[in-house]
Design a protein around this ligand. Structure first.
Ligand code: AMP
Ligand code: MG
Length: 424
């Protein structure tokens, strides 16, 4: 077990986990619709070109583009009307030179035609004659066969979390099922003699267990299944027994609380009791989140998260979420970084990575990040924030007005700060 008095540097902990954790999620083949939100485990290549034939992108007339050369306002091209292309029908009759065939958006281009004139630029003179008021270039208003996706090209990469638009593209190519990773089963439990579950009355001195519901929500948001092992007393044997059960049934286990080095903190010995290798990190050089434990029971990662809600959330995002991506073979999912200017100075001690919660405010001169300070552990501070400013251990604090990168975990509407603008 490595005990770091000052905590292990974050980058070192991240690298250690990166090297140690592999994909364990089972592979399923599911009907395409059921793949939504799951991670693709195998790439899918286009079985056929998309579209399979050249199609018109406008309502108009299919032509030989050379027949329209020189057409312009005041000097239209005169073409012979040659029937109509029907939606969903194959066009086999070639378009004669000097002719134009009526064309719906999405219809199949007749053999010989190489462009479509928009209906707005045409005038039907009589049942046999069309005037074209504007020339078209070869290929104009046409999607060529394979222009969307050539045959054999990737439609879906392994490791991608499947989105509705992926399902659209795969359906267009006739793909009906996909190979995906099964959602991870993640065990959660809280420890703390002060903690009370939601269905019990609260006695003086007790607090509600808010980390378990929050972690459960974070897990579900990340596409995992949370397996709830409830609240466990601050006692080594009870904790060991509950953890042993969780590591049997789950691919990852999160324990909240008892992760410091106090007399009644049993997370580390309990994780060690599960067998080799046990605790590999105890203490991280970050704020919030210093009392963090990372261990393994065999290949199953077990996190001892700090009881402080803001710290638990921070460590979840910094370490747990990337581990979940490794376990499920997901290749995407880093938070979005948005540049913003700081509204005020932020102090930071060297030697540790600081994570400062900020509100983002849109002003006429751009995006501003306003630190939401408060005592650590205040839950309302977290709900006030839109993102997190990372101050790496090598650098000092930041000045008000400085440009910084804010990690944004969800793109909700950023508020307009009319009050702040009037003040300035
Ligand atoms: P601990 O990590 O057990 O030392 O707890 C640190 C702080 O977080 C203490 O104030 C605890 O009461 C609080 N805390 C611990 N676990 C939870 C939890 N599950 N929900 C809310 N607060 C907690
Ligand atoms: Mg505790």
């Amino acid at each position: 077990m490595s005990r770091f008095i000052d905590g292990m540097p974050l980058a070192q902990a991240q690298a250690l986990l990166q090297a140690r954790v592999a994909c364990v999620a089972e592979e399923w083949e599911v009907p395409l619709q059921e793949g939504l939100g799951l991670v693709a485990s195998r790439p899918v290549a286009a079985p056929t070109p998309l579209p399979a034939f050249a199609r018109s992108t406008v309502d108009g007339y299919a032509v030989h583009s050379c027949d329209t050369f020189g057409a312009e306002e005041g000097s239209p091209a005169l073409l012979a009307l040659d029937g109509e292309v029907l939606m969903g029908r194959e066009e086999t009759v070639p378009l004669p030179a000097g002719a134009a065939r009526q064309m719906p958006t999405g219809g199949m281009l007749p053999p010989g035609a190489d462009a479509v004139v928009m209906v707005e630029q045409c005038e039907v003179v009589d049942h046999a004659t069309l005037l074209v008021w504007k020339r078209v270039a070869p290929g104009e208003n046409v999607v060529q066969a394979g222009e969307d996706v050539p045959a054999g090209h990737p439609l879906l990469a392994a490791g991608r979390r499947i989105r509705p638009e992926d399902i659209g593209l795969l359906s267009a190519c006739g793909v009906r099922s996909v190979f995906v990773r099964a959602p991870l089963r993640v065990g959660i439990l809280s420890t703390g003699d002060e903690l009370v579950a939601e269905d019990r009355p609260l006695q003086p001195g007790e607090i509600r267990d808010s980390n378990r519901p929050m972690l459960s929500a974070l897990l579900r948001e990340a596409g995992a299944v949370a397996v709830d092992y409830g609240i466990v007393r601050d006692a080594a044997s009870a904790l060991s027994a509950a953890l042993a059960q969780a590591v049997q049934a789950c691919q990852l286990v999160l324990l909240s609380g008892g992760s410091s080095m106090g007399l009644r903190d049993y997370a580390a010995p309990a994780i060690d009791s599960l067998g080799a290798p046990g605790v590999i990190i105890h203490g991280l050089a970050i704020k919030p989140g210093r009392p963090t434990i990372v261990g393994f029971a065999g290949a199953v990662p077990v996190f001892g998260l700090p009881g402080h809600p803001a710290a638990a959330m921070t460590v979840f995002r910094l370490l747990v979420a990337p581990v979940m991506r490794l376990l499920s073979g997901e290749r995407e999912g880093s938070p979005l970084l948005l540049p913003a200017r700081l509204t005020r100075n932020v102090a930071s001690a060297p030697g540790r990575d600081d994570f400062v919660s900020v509100r983002l405010v849109q002003r006429t001169d751009g995006l501003w990040a306003e630190p939401v300070f408060g005592r650590s552990g205040l839950l309302s501070v977290m709900t006030e924030a839109d993102g997190v400013l990372h101050i790496p251990s090598a650098s000092g604090g930041r000045y008000g007005g400085e440009w910084v990168q804010v990690a944004v975990y969800r793109l909700e509407q950023i508020r307009r700060d009319e009050e702040g603008e009037q003040k300035r």
